[in-house]
Ligand binder design. Structure first.
Ligand code: MRU
Length: 346
């Protein structure tokens, strides 16, 4: 069974604080949407689908605690809460996709505030339950690409901790294991916040998948040594032409994969596809604080006043991507027409 990264519990949201892993398994329980906003900003909840789910439940919490005389007044206060939640992180489109769904429900014709609150709750539950189903579908679609005995390289964490079920890229690995295949995984540690070391290594070990941790700068050598059969990663936003934003360092892997003739797979739900964005150059890339680079996890490892550039994501051009695995099907290049078609029927 995957860990439950986020869940609804008696009128409150319970979520795993991922900044504490792997040393401590801590869950927080809150009825305050501002706590959810902070949890997303601080990466206590992270990973594109999980961010969308958390934000949707944040809207439910805000709606529960907002009292007004008229539905119109109440609706504009909830609109404001949605706007606040949308300010938390800019790159993963699942955040805006989930908040748009909540906004559409908010602005539907409700006879009372009470009915509107219930409709928002139902929508958030649906977003979470859909994600559970979609993880399984992506897993099954992708698992056929993995041979028994294969060694997979992954980056960041695109597993149960990033979704409501067992993940996107790691979901494919779990599905292959369920089919009886033996899989070995190499996990990049993923500087600067170490989602690979702290989260992916922990999660795979919990699920008894054989995992070897490497520093990010070891990937080229590991590939040259013939140790990697395929690369599977998740995505935060996929542009109309297939260009894909994911954790910083994914682009490096894609270039290395091309040089070493290793397939590079992106695993993502169609909610991660943003048809409004034509190509990767228009995807907003989050820049995070210098402290994450110069004193990550408390120990200073660089001079105090050094200039730092800390983009949290990069964009892998579509021509370096072998295929995109979605809940509907595995898409091969050219991507644009296929992404438009699948997105419209999703
Ligand atoms: O900054 P993070 O930890 O939220 O970044 C997460 C990633 O880049 C994941 O690979 C992506 O969101 C896909 S998660 C299924």
């Amino acid at each position: 069974m995957p860990v439950e990264t986020i869940k609804w519990e008696h009128g409150r949201v319970k979520y795993i604080d991922q900044t504490m892993l792997p040393n401590f398994f801590v869950e927080h329980l809150t009825d305050d949407y501002l706590v959810i906003a902070e949890a997303i900003r601080e990466l206590q909840v992270r990973g594109a689908p999980a961010i969308g789910i958390a934000a949707a439940f944040g809207v439910v919490l805000g709606a529960q605690k907002t009292f007004c005389k008229t539905l119109g007044e109440w609706t504009s206060l909830i609109d404001h809460i949605i706007d606040e939640l949308a300010q938390t992180r800019p790159t993963a489109v699942n955040l805006f996709w989930a908040l748009n769904r909540m906004k559409n429900v908010l602005h539907a014709d409700h006879p009372s505030i009470d009915k509107a609150q219930k409709a928002l709750f139902n929508e958030a539950m649906q977003i979470m339950n859909e994600d559970k189903r979609i993880c399984r579908e992506m897993g099954n679609n992708g698992a056929v690409l993995i041979q028994d005995g294969a060694t997979i390289l992954t980056h960041c964490n695109a597993g149960a901790l990033a979704t409501a079920d067992y993940g996107t890229a790691l979901g494919v690995i779990y599905a292959a294991k369920e089919q009886g295949k033996t899989i070995h995984v190499y996990a990049d540690e993923t500087r600067p916040l170490l989602q690979g070391a702290r989260l992916t290594a922990w999660e795979l070990m919990q699920n008894e998948i054989d995992v070897t941790l490497i520093c990010d700068n070891m990937a080229a050598s590991v590939m040259r040594q013939g140790k990697i059969d395929a690369i599977f990663v998740g995505a935060d936003r996929i542009a109309r032409n297939g260009d894909t934003a994911n954790k910083i360092g994914t682009y490096n892997l894609a270039i290395l994969a091309k040089y070493h003739s290793i397939p590079m797979y992106i695993v993502a739900p169609l909610s991660t596809v943003d048809l409004e964005i034509m190509s990767g150059k228009d995807i907003p890339i989050e820049e995070r604080a210098a402290i994450e680079v110069i004193a990550g996890f408390g120990k200073r490892t660089a001079p105090e006043n050094v200039h730092v550039y800390n983009p949290a994501f990069d964009v892998t051009p579509h021509d370096l991507i072998t295929a995109i695995i979605t809940e509907r099907e595995v898409i091969y290049p050219p991507y644009d027409g296929k992404l438009i078609k699948l997105k419209k029927i999703s």
